[in-house]
Write a protein that binds this ligand. Sequence first.
Ligand code: DON
Length: 575
Amino acid sequence: MPDRSLNKKFEMIKPGNVFLAIVAICITVQSKAQINPYNYHSQKKITCKKGAVISAHPLASQAGVQVLKEGGNAVDAAIATQLALAVVYPGAGNIGGGGFMVAHLKTGKNVSIDYREMAPSKASRDMYLDAGDNPQMDLSQNGHLSSGVPGTIAGLFASHQYGKLPFEQLIQPAIDLAENGFVITAAEASSLNHNRDEFIKLNTQTPAFVKTIPWKAGDTLIQNDLANTLKRIRDNGAKGFYTGETARLIVEEMQRGKGLISYEDLVNYKAAERTPLIFPYKGFSVVTMPLPSSGGIILQQALGMLENRNIGKMKFQTAASVQLMTEVERRAYADRAEFLGDPDFVKVPVKTITSKKYLTDRMKDYIPNKAGSSTQTSHGIVTESDETTHLSVIDGDGNAVAVTTTLNGGYGSHTVVGGAGFLLNNEMDDFSVKPGVPNMYGAVGNENNAIAPGKRMLSSMTPTIVLKNNQPYLVTGTPGGTTIPTSVLQTIVNVIDFGMNADDAVNKPKFHHQWLPDVIEVENNFDPLVVQQLKAMGYTVKQRGRIGRTELIMVKNKNIVAVGDSRGEDDAEGF
Ligand code: DON
């Protein structure tokens, strides 16, 4: 594939300047040798010593590893990877969405940063109900009205306090990729073509993702407006997004499309440093995301309900082990629907619902070999007042970072901010639009997750680090909406209880249960005999396409093994 930026360099050569030009070309070739946006492929696994990055796109993983090689730490690499994803993986990578970072630093400190989107100040509880009280999910899922106030850029700057390199250096690969373009794969071309009608319908100005003729593999995607937005962020910091030109463009876009995000909403947005959720499991320590993600709590509840039942002895994906996991998932998701919401707005009894006694009580009606029922088993009793992306990073100093970030659905709201070149999220759909009405992932909720101005919508994202002797052992997470916590659960149990290697822990078939609907979903390649046995116990089992795109780093005997999920074009890089 031709390197177009080299052509630009050749244009500058004048006779008296030949030596200088050759030096310039060599420097270009050297730095381009690390990231060549016109020729790349996805590598599923790497074993290395000094550092690794796994993400949904090879160019983003390479941007992260380049930063590690330049002396950055895992936090720096995670920032550079996210910014590159915002360019090369527009379906989910973003600056117009939000996410969560969980880190274990070499000092021993565990960190979690919440940069979840917030409801705009003009949002209200029933904003997606029509006059007859009927939910209008089209509005919570598509276009201007579906967007929450973006959190990603605030989150990256909040994370940066734990990095080492200047932000300008971390954002430059993303700027280059946006400005010079990158070659798209067949899957990316088909995804852009598939979303063409939505891009046209839901935008007030034609975005870079729409061409007159269909995209094909090998085409170059150039995003000049996005490059300029990234430059404003490089030059002005978070203010380059939340104030001035970028903020003005967002507000104008909202006005053109009847959205709610105001200039004040942008100026007032703050990322929040939260206390990470940390709990023991069989001698390991699990560090994960607290509220407003439900993911960490579901993981803690599920592992807590499994811990004394020796699932390892039941073996991987036997009817017995799948049934047990299904029943703990049912109970955790019933609690999610009842209790969980933004902790800045509602009181959530986290301590109680994750306590040993409560979790033991929750499993009292579990009967081996007999299907439970979501009508009989609802939430516990407390007595007191399709698109996201994950990246895992580790460096040679023992810093580990897990980040899951999202626009919510693929390409979010499908609305690109005119003149600013980035997609806005459709995260408002993660609120409970009306009690009991399922969102696009089938999740139900009640008042605790109702819409209110400035409130953060509940999430399932579960970036997680498992520590062994207080050192990073697993760094993991995945996209997949409500299947996220159950995929992370399976990945951890696959390694700790079933003794799997990293490859198998990621790539073996996955399954999922979320209380409502009362169905076990299994991937198409799930063992049909086990499906039969589960049906015989009384379960409804439904086959479905892939579940998640799990990224897993495992550290074993000082070797880093990084595995990107074969379910997507995920890529592991390291050195
Ligand atoms: O925060 C959440 O739980 C959802 N917005 C995540 C969406 C997602 O994972 C889509 N990916 N396939």
